[in-house]
Design a protein around this ligand. Structure first.
Ligand SMILES: Cc1cc2nc3c(=O)[nH]c(=O)nc-3n(C[C@H](O)[C@H](O)[C@H](O)COP(=O)(O)O)c2cc1C
Length: 382
């Protein structure tokens, strides 16, 4: 079936438990495994930011890093070939900052030599670790034998991973799905083989390619990947929206770390809350509506320092619209925000938005029903 365009679906921030940071809620802590290290790279926490193309940009990564609790953040998926041609947009995607550490770049491609050369270039640029994308369901990528398509080809996939691992001195990880479909759950096999050839960690989104983003993650499937390896960390991923969800992921799968994508957009304080929960059993609340406006200004500021106000304001419009909608800001104010042309105008608009507040009067900084566009099933186009 051809899916003509992404179908926006509501991503509700609170699936279970309290992602709003209700410090009074209690969530039982499992027996935690050691905080993962990727080869010699010891992570500070077991909570990772999952790559979200178009969202996990450097300004956003700096925001979540500053709020605390992030063990590792990865760029959006980057085309290895485009990287080698030093395509301007691609080079922007791999830009980092001293606050953005440890820093991983995720690459995709199907040609071992190109992937290895791209990895070497990234090492020259100073990355701490390199992630191979083996989960992207989009037909343009999976159909060309990259992304989730790699889950169908044993020899070429192992050869590609080995070539990249051998080409660089930094740890190499792989992010994959459970398999192509329910009848080919190849993730445990690949994880075990990857460990043998020197891959340092595996992140696993608990769905198949056929599922796209539909249904819910299969925790037992993630657990079977954990059980397939001897010592490398397995990072569980998918549908974790709250401390309670992370606890469930850790308890059922016995994974060593958890990565969060959409929940970080809804609640960028979630990593700090998870770390607090692990250390003390409770956590501080998420920020308020006003603090969320401050984060927006901060994110804009990072863009402005890189691109100058003129370009940054234009580039920030799309993201700002998305944030303000998720914050339930009145349509009229959202429209006016799109017309600001200077930083001063932006600041005064944010002040006005702060005074008027959200339509339903809830002044939390958590985006309770953010629209993250995901397709309903396997993805021919996205
Ligand atoms: C908009 C969007 C973009 C994504 N981009 C990437 C990507 O570039 N690389 C990748 O490995 N996964 C990507 N993913 C998958 C996520 O990293 C993650 O595996 C998935 O969203 C499930 O985790 P979550 O429920 O915590 O969001 C993307 C997902 C979404 C919704």
């Amino acid at each position: 079936m051809i899916i003509k365009s992404a179908i926006p679906r509501v991503f509700t921030a609170t699936q279970s438990g309290s992602s709003q940071g209700d410090a009074a809620a209690t969530v039982a802590r499992p027996d935690f495994a050691a905080v993962p290290s990727y080869g010699k790279l010891q992570l500070a926490t077991r909570y990772l930011l999952s790559p979200l193309a178009g969202f996990t940009t450097l300004p956003f990564r700096r925001i979540v890093r500053r709020l605390g609790g992030v063990g590792l953040a990865t760029t959006d998926l980057v085309n290895a070939r485009a990287l080698l041609s030093r395509n301007e947009k691609t080079m922007q995607m791999v830009e980092t900052h001293p606050e953005d550490r440890p820093f991983a770049v995720q690459i995709f491609g199907s040609e071992p030599s190109i992937m290895a050369e791209a990895a070497q270039l990234l090492v020259e640029l100073g990355v701490d670790t390199i992630d191979i994308n083996m989960g992207c369901p989009v037909n343009r990528i999976a159909g060309a034998g990259a992304g989730a398509g790699m889950m169908c080809n044993t020899d070429s996939t192992l050869n590609l991973a080995r070539t990249v691992v051998e080409a660089v001195p930094v740890p190499v990880s792989v992010k994959m799905r459970l398999g192509w479909d329910a009848s080919t759950l190849t993730a445990p096999f690949f994880a075990a083989e990857f460990e043998k050839l020197g891959v340092a960690a595996v992140a696993i989104h608990g769905r198949t390619r056929e599922q796209g983003f539909s249904g819910s993650v299969c925790l037992d499937g993630i657990r079977s990947v954990v059980e397939a390896v001897e010592r490398i960390p397995i990072i569980g991923n998918g549908d974790v929206r709250s401390v309670a969800d992370a606890a469930e992921m850790l308890r059922v799968t016995k994974c060593h770390g958890v990565s969060l994508g959409r929940a970080a957009l809804a609640n960028p304080w979630i990593f700090r809350q998870l770390q607090q929960w692990e250390q003390t059993g409770s956590w501080t609340p998420s920020g308020s509506f006003d603090e969320r406006l401050q984060l927006m200004l901060e994110q804009y500021g990072y863009l402005e320092s890189r691109l100058g106000a003129r370009t940054a304001i234009v580039q920030f419009r799309k993201m700002a619209h998305w944030y303000l909608k998720g914050m339930r800001v009145r349509k009229r104010l959202r429209g006016q925000f799109q017309e600001v042309t200077t930083r001063q105008e932006m600041e005064s608009m944010l002040k006005q938005i702060q005074q008027e507040g959200p339509v339903d009067g809830n002044r939390t900084g958590v985006l309770t029903d953010v629209q993250v566009a995901v397709p309903r099933g396997p993805v021919d186009k996205w």
